[in-house]
Design a protein around this ligand. Structure first.
Ligand SMILES: [Zn+2]
Length: 609
């Protein structure tokens, strides 16, 4: 990773920047570097392969080193994309084969024999439906840059990468956030980063266009199949995009694509001028499922500012062969999540009560996770590579989601700033200040963020807010919601339903058996000695059919003593458990029945369109 430059907050900043770039920055080399040119094709769609041919300049070197990325920015796990590469061949321009040596799991060395250009051919298996992997079938293709394109090992790469897509006869269109090149279905990325940041999709999708401040936006739906209301979705996206652009004060791209693939678990990945999203088919028909999708779209669109332009110093330029560690994912992801839902409320796409319901769900998730007492927000960010993206049976006991804690911190911080400044400033101002200071070439540090918050809070409160940030970001101390609830005239009350009984375990059905898959720390099940892997065979002497655990426990009340028959390594034993109360119970925000005029005004301001 690039080491970070010294940051200057003095008014002379712009002058310093100007002088240093005038004298010391070498001329841009982009024009002088010959591009790598790829042609991608799909000779046998049903086999799920994409074929890639590339012409790679050698600049007269006797050998060139090639690599494929091992991870995708925005998704913090080493995914070893090179494992899907097959039949890699190299030749000179006359197609005389050249020697290739594998030098690392994701690298190849080609002896050039003096050729000015190396011709490369390989194929990639593309049958993993997710927002960061590749998919090819008879209906469409989704190609992400990191798992598709082998490139030269060179850093930093200012070399253009051109891609020509050869469409099968049955497909009519291709799309990418990259600028178009000469010729149909040709795209030109000015550098490798842009190539990785610009997924390519092809097929016959339904396309809906709308404009925000004159800039075209496209909703591109794959697999609509009559279950998806595209026009309505585009209308709602337009409201979200308008509100988001108004929030930041500018639109930093020429056009934007919402690529929406229906029929996969809900997920999304942000890019500088596009996003790829998934929504399960069964979620398309429900209000809750649709709200989830709108929240996802709002989150990914917000990322075009917060993540892709305003970014932690560690997240760019990327080293695609090694992990990038940052303590700030709680901000990149969590604060983005806070605003994703808030913007739905501010546009009226979600009602006030739906918004408070979504915020309550985040608070509930945090407060019901034992790992909140083990892992701080900053450590959760830093360890994303080994914790968040590698969950196991014990994860809830030892870790938290930086999405969830970050969103909840965003809410509490927002209210705190409003109170400290008597309603004059808010977290919105911190976001815009940070964007103004750090959305250029350089990212921000954790200290930059603290300084930004302190300056929005005002000098009188600077020390207090810094102390508070240290506590909520670096420690596992419980968050206090009192101030936020009071400021906006809300209340945190248990829902009207009686509290649900709670065992504190999760179970899966395996071959018609109920197997414990998770035991929560501090729960009744844990206290009674239940272990992950135990089979539950009966409750109070009555056999438990597979899949019936939740229903059976649901008929009981907290405080009831039950006898659970468990089997571990073929030894059957009874376990006495006293049912507890669902720890998620009681974390429900609603508008207080009696509000002061100030509280009413503050709530309106917070959610104002
Ligand atoms: Zn995100």
């Amino acid at each position: 990773m690039k080491s970070r430059a010294l940051r200057v907050f003095a008014p002379s900043w712009s002058f310093v920047l100007f002088v240093s770039s005038w004298f010391f920055v070498p001329p841009v080399l982009a024009q002088s570097l010959e591009p790598i040119r790829y042609t991608v094709s799909f000779p046998a769609l049903h086999t799920h392969y994409v074929e890639i041919e590339a012409s790679i300049p050698t600049h007269g070197r006797p050998q060139i080193d090639l690599m494929m990325a091992v991870w995708t920015p925005g998704s913090y796990l080493v995914r070893e994309y090179a494992r899907h590469v097959e039949a890699l061949r190299a030749a000179d321009p006359a197609r005389v084969p050249l020697r290739i040596e594998k030098t690392r799991k994701n690298r190849w060395r080609v002896a050039t024999n003096g050729a000015a250009t190396v011709w490369l051919r390989y194929r990639v298996y593309a049958h993993e439906m997710s927002v960061r992997t590749n998919w090819v079938d008879e209906e469409f293709a989704l190609l992400n840059g990191a798992p598709t394109f082998v490139t030269l090992v060179e850093s930093p790469s200012r070399r253009a990468h051109e891609v020509r897509v050869q469409l099968p006869r049955s497909w009519s269109r291709s799309f990418s956030g990259m600028p178009s090149g000469i010729g149909e279905h040709t795209y030109v990325a000015p550098d490798y980063d842009t190539l990785v940041d610009s997924p390519i999709l092809a097929g016959n999708p339904a396309v809906y266009e709308f404009r925000v401040s004159g800039k075209p936006h496209y909703l591109v739906d794959f697999r609509e199949r009559g279950v998806w209301n595209g026009p309505q979705a585009a209308q709602d996206l337009a409201k979200i995009a308008e509100a988001t652009a108004r929030f930041w004060g500018e639109i930093p791209f020429e056009r934007y694509y919402f690529f929406n693939v229906i029929g996969a678990p809900v997920n999304g990945l942000e890019h500088r001028n596009s996003t790829v999203m998934n929504i399960p088919r069964e979620a398309t028909g429900t209000r809750a499922g649709y709200l989830d999708w709108l929240s996802l779209a709002s989150h990914e669109y917000f990322h075009a500012w917060n993540a892709k332009r305003l970014r932690p110093v560690e997240l760019g330029p990327f080293d695609y062969e090694n992990e990038a560690y940052t303590k700030s994912l709680w901000f990149v992801e969590g604060v983005t999540d806070y605003y994703a839902d808030l913007i739905l409320a501010r546009t009226g796409v979600a009602t006030r009560d739906e918004y408070l319901g979504a915020l309550s769900a985040q608070i509930r998730r945090l407060q019901a996770t034992p790992g909140r007492l083990e892992q701080s927000a900053e450590l959760a960010s830093y360890d994303a590579w080994i914790k968040y993206y590698r969950p196991d049976e014990n994860s809830t006991n030892t870790s938290i989601s930086y999405y969830v804690k970050g969103a909840v911190v965003g809410f509490v911080l927002d209210a705190k700033l409003r109170r400290m400044t008597a309603g004059a400033n808010s977290l919105d101002d911190v976001m815009r200040l940070m964007y103004a200071r750090f959305s250029g070439e350089n990212g921000f540090t954790s200290e930059d963020f603290r300084a930004g918050v302190a300056s929005v809070a005002g000098s009188v409160h600077a020390q207090e807010i810094r102390g508070w940030l240290g506590s909520v970001l670096e420690t596992t101390r419980e968050l206090d919601y009192t101030e936020a609830v009071e400021w906006f005239g809300l209340r945190m009350t248990p829902p009207p339903e009686a509290p649900r009984p709670w065992l504190g375990l999760a179970a899966r059905t395996d071959n018609q058996r109920t197997i414990v898959s998770e035991v929560r720390r501090g729960s009744p099940a844990s206290a009674a000695g239940v272990s992950v892997g135990d089979e539950i065979t009966a409750i109070d002497g009555e056999a438990l059919p597979a899949g019936q655990l939740t229903a059976r426990i649901g008929t009981l009340t907290p405080g009831t003593r039950i006898t659970v028959a468990t089997s571990r390594e073929d030894v059957v034993r009874p376990v006495e458990i006293m049912l507890g109360t669902d720890p998620g119970h009681g974390w429900a925000l609603s508008v207080a029945p009696v509000q002061t005029p100030e509280q009413r005004r503050r709530l309106e301001e917070w959610l104002r369109r």
